[in-house]
Design a protein around this ligand. Structure first.
Ligand code: MUC
Length: 92
């Protein structure tokens, strides 16, 4: 099953730059593993925002929830998920 997720990240004002950088390192490792496993197909930055669109190829809703809630930055994310179906006009 394919899902599109939009993630908006908002860190608290009080969070230090060092803590933010630490989250970014952990997030990169987690995200990289998902991409190597093929469970995250794509990730794109939203221009001008601390947000991304990413596409997941997973067995079911439970697997997607486990992935999303496992992101180190999860407590600071607002996530909107859209299930995707094949478009009849797609040539892929
Ligand atoms: O930088 C971001 O968009 C936040 C974060 C969410 C997934 C990921 O790889 O990084």
């Amino acid at each position: 099953m394919l899902f599109l997720a939009r993630m908006d990240v908002t860190f608290p004002e009080s969070m230090t730059e060092e803590t933010k950088a630490d989250f970014q390192v952990k997030e990169k490792e987690y995200s990289g593993n998902l991409q190597r496993e093929g469970r995250m197909r794509d990730i794109w930055r939203v221009v001008g925002e601390y947000a991304n669109y990413s596409v997941y190829d997973v067995a079911d809703n439970d697997e997607l929830h486990a992935i999303l809630s496992g992101f180190p930055m999860y407590p600071y994310m607002d996530i909107k998920v859209t299930p995707l179906a094949k478009h009849p006009n797609s040539i892929k």
